[in-house]
Design a protein around this ligand. Structure first.
Ligand SMILES: C[S@@+](CC[C@H](N)C(=O)[O-])C[C@H]1O[C@@H](n2cnc3c(N)ncnc32)[C@H](O)[C@@H]1O
Length: 196
């Protein structure tokens, strides 16, 4: 069965025979790709995902990143939550498509990427981050997610931030999560889940 077509503007990666991923935004012209040299993007545009691009003797599979690849390739600032731990968090929070979840802090946006993937386009991820510079880095990382439209990034302290909506779950990855519990009590729905 043919995969979905690759389009100009898509974030894709070229997977080499050693398992290395070379990320690029697909365009229809000649593109310089770090570690590969110049490739002709027109050979991939409107071709099915998984198509093989030949560069000299080498073949590269052209693929769209999932949450796992987005998390593994992000620009790291503070300590990130890895895909393995994020999978446990998503499961224990019982997140489903359409759920609303609040997390704090955002750090590099690694857990954010996993949360967005779980709640999907109909869901909502509210991220509360104290520091502007981490929020800026997270924004660059998280905007690569296909579900970034479901993201609401706020600068503030999770112990005092005002949250108007009720949420289904809360994930706290901050040094003193207990300081936020009283505030969280005001917006976590009855029966909602908390992970810290
Ligand atoms: C370990 S990092 C979070 C990493 C993130 N979960 C990830 O996977 O990329 C902790 C973050 O919490 C932020 N932070 C610390 N205290 C906070 C608070 N009271 N309210 C909001 N953010 C806070 C820090 O600035 C830092 O960005």
């Amino acid at each position: 069965m043919a995969g979905a077509m690759l389009r100009e503007g898509d974030l894709i990666y070229l997977l080499d025979d050693r398992g290395r991923r070379h990320f690029l935004i697909l365009s229809g012209g000649m593109m310089k790709v770090a570690g590969l040299g110049v490739i002709d993007g027109s050979r991939l545009v409107d071709r099915p995902e998984g198509s093989v691009l030949r560069v000299g003797e080498r073949g590269f599979h052209a693929l769209r990143p999932g949450a796992n690849e987005l998390m593994e390739s992000l620009d790291r600032g503070p300590q990130v939550i890895t895909p393995k731990d994020a999978a446990t968090i998503v499961f224990r929070l019982d997140l489903k498509p359409g759920d609303a979840v609040l997390e704090s802090g955002v750090g590099s946006g690694s857990l954010t990427t996993a949360l967005l993937n779980a709640v999907g386009a109909e869901g909502l991820v509210i991220s509360v981050e104290l520091r502007e510079e981490f929020a800026a880095k997270a924004r660059r990382n998280v905007e690569r997610s296909p579900f970034a439209k479901a993201w609401d990034l706020r600068i503030g302290d999770v112990a005092s931030v005002a949250v108007e909506a009720q949420v289904d779950a809360v994930a706290l990855d901050v040094p003193a999560p207990w300081l936020a519990l009283e505030n969280v009590n005001g917006f976590l729905r009855p029966g909602g889940r908390l992970c810290a």
